[in-house]
Design a protein around this ligand. Sequence first.
Ligand code: 1HN
Length: 348
Amino acid sequence: MQTATAPAIPANRQKFYDRLSPKAMAPLWEVLKGLVPEQPKSKFAPHVWKFAEARPLLMEAGDLLTAEEAERRVLVLENPAMPGGSRITATMYAGYQLIMPGEIAPAHRHTASALRMVLEGNGGYTAVAGELTEMKRGDLVITPAMTWHDHGQKEQKPVIWVDGLDLHMVNFYEAAFMDHFNDKTQIMSKPQGHSDAMFGSGLGPMQPFSPFGQTSPIFNYSFSKARPALMQVAGANPPDAHLGHALRYVNPQDGGWAMPTIATWLTHLPKGFETKAMRSTDGRTIVVLEGEITIEADGKTFTAGESDVAGIPSWVWTKVRASKDAIYFSFSDRAAQEKLGIYREERK
Ligand code: 1HN
């Protein structure tokens, strides 16, 4: 354990340190314990953002500026322990995004991978790498690294979704690039439903073909397929004590996570069920799609209902209880941590 107050540095040592700093050197022994903690102690706080509070503010933003002016009109979910950090957890960015009727969020591409969990508004669409997909509530739409993407809404209703991006991981490596397309929308080169037909039906191309590298070639995991699958599995098995009924989004090419850095999964908890306590090294974001859950994280209790978003930092004991039959979506940096060999979890 690190002591709360560091012992005073003897004068002769301090004089020595003072000669090191002009030469851009420092004594490791003064900082070692902070550099290599005995276990993770997140700087971030567990928190729940209420959609009922966010929605009217999003609509106000809709009056203030267009999606085109904003490029992306998003209210960033700021972890309360780090205002201005544009982080929901240590490595993840999240926000509520709004597209108003007739608007276009112009085409661009960047190194960061993005996911959208759709909350509201039929008629909204995302185009990714020359293919358009319609967005319906509960759909998981992914934008692989460096693919062109633009969004829009053809119907007379606002569209709202939750964005999750791995941009802090990319920025940590100082590896971020971004380009703007020279037109508002990209050119469609594939018919709608093409990727799903090619990769999302249990079939696949005869020759190895991975249009997005390590990212799944399916870019809309529709809730109309995911929900019945989850509920069918839930009906046939008892819930796992720690996970409830959970299924993950899979890259059909290799059976791994759908995105190389971000793990994504869907959970059903029957009313009254409470998961046993568990902690893991990933920072997790939950988007509630149906019902209501109570999250106990780091000794604090939060209630999250439909379209509310929860952020749960690394290595805090967490339990989830369903106060109503619940379905919720989760994403975390677990996929990246597994690839680096640093992911850990502990179950009570
Ligand atoms: C982005 O490209 C989108 O495409 C949303 O909808 C949020 C936040 C930071 C950087 C890029 C989008 C973003 C973003």
